[in-house]
Design a binder for this molecule. Structure first.
Ligand SMILES: NC(=O)c1ccc[n+]([C@@H]2O[C@H](COP(=O)([O-])OP(=O)(O)OC[C@H]3O[C@@H](n4cnc5c(N)ncnc54)[C@H](O)[C@@H]3O)[C@@H](O)[C@H]2O)c1
Length: 331
């Protein structure tokens, strides 16, 4: 198939491009490189362009005629979305509507959307299944939920079929060491702790040790990037085989505490990490863990890298590579 990967130069999108190419799909990546990296797109066609640019979208669809679209492009920082909701709604909502418009114009009706656990807000129960109420706590989560609603309406009105995948925490890196996480600023726990282990960062802050969890630190669900991408391939098959529009939670199913992640990093890296304990942060629930049973049964998705040590090992391999690259640049 010809798959258009929007945001394919970013962390998750770049791993997806690699997996699609390995599965013999033709890939067109569209990315404005606002947070992505050109060298992370390892093959296929690359178009530098912005979702806000309707002429560019038109040209991409006219020239490449994709059969399906995977949409990873958005702004992703929760804190920033509170301070600058305007740019979040514009990029995550308005620009996604542009993309859907052009898909309808070219009769492309298979869409896979990067949604998020942030559509749930403070959980009533864990693990969180798809029936859990949606009460996002910030503009980022609300922008994603808006698109979920748009997609449900477009399925009914226009027969545009979509799969929304609500990722919990994407983590890890390409097991072959070719790709990894390169956010700037980095806000995700595992790369932050790895940077503290490698010396690229002085310390790591732990926000709260008095939660109602076995070791007192927050528990989160980390899903390996390869498993996350394989769920997209499964979702593509599902749509190709006539599957109806649907939403799935994607996680590991077992959460890990901040302390467990710290321990795993120190074990894998052999380095001691300097930890600074701070107070709890507003809006940080004790546990956020996905119930991903529906993705397993309906999409026939089979995650393989579910243990924390493997996730950390692959991410550490990437961190070492980033460190080498940085030292070569400064030499
Ligand atoms: N990383 C996670 O743990 C996580 C968790 C839940 C959901 N998600 C969602 O997954 C998706 C990918 O996340 P990521 O971590 O890979 O982020 P990322 O920032 O690494 O990748 C996003 C990519 O989209 C591109 N982009 C942004 N706006 C664009 C525009 N208007 N036009 C063209 N390209 C544009 C960026 O340049 C970047 O390459 C996002 O939609 C995010 O909300 C990520």
């Amino acid at each position: 198939m010809k798959v258009l990967v929007v945001g394919g130069a970013g962390y998750i999108g770049s791993h997806m491009v690699k997996m699609l190419l390995n599965a013999n799909h033709q890939v067109i990546t569209l990315d404005n490189l606002s947070s992505g990296h050109r060298d992370a797109v390892i093959g296929g066609v690359f178009v530098e362009g912005d979702l806000a640019d309707n002429d560019c979208l038109y040209r991409v669809f006219e020239e490449h005629k994709p059969d399906a679209v995977m949409h990873f492009a958005s702004f992703i920082q929760v804190g920033e979305s509170v301070r600058k909701p305007d740019i979040y709604y514009r990029n995550n909502v308005t620009n996604t509507l542009n993309l859907l418009d052009i898909m309808l114009k070219f009769n492309v009706k298979k869409f896979i959307f990067s949604s998020t656990a942030a559509v749930f807000g403070e959980p009533d129960y864990v693990p969180i299944d798809e029936a859990h109420p949606n009460r996002p706590l910030n503009p980022y989560g609300r922008s994603k939920l808006m698109i979920e609603h748009v997609l449900a309406d477009y399925a009914k009105a226009f027969d545009l079929r979509s799969v929304c995948l609500r990722y919990f925490n994407a983590a890890g890196a390409d097991p072959e060491g070719q790709l990894g996480e390169r956010h700037d600023p980095e806000t995700h726990l595992i790369p932050l702790i790895l940077q503290a282990a490698s010396g690229r960062r002085e310390n790591i802050q732990v926000f709260g040790r008095d939660y109602d969890t076995p070791d007192g630190t927050c528990i989160r669900d980390y899903i390996h990037i390869v498993d996350l991408c394989s769920a997209h391939l499964a979702a593509l098959d599902y749509l190709v085989n006539g599957g109806e529009s649907d939403r799935f939670n994607l996680g590991n199913g077992s959460g890990f505490s901040v302390q467990e992640v710290l321990d795993a990093v120190q074990k894998v890296s052999g380095k001691q990490v300097k930890v600074i304990d701070g107070p709890r942060r507003d809006g940080d629930p004790a546990r956020l863990v996905a119930d991903a049973k529906r993705a397993r049964s309906v999409l026939n998705w089979k995650p393989v890298f579910t243990d924390l040590e493997t996730i950390v090992k692959h991410a550490w391999q990437w961190e070492i590579k980033c460190l080498d690259r940085a030292s070569k640049v400064s030499a």
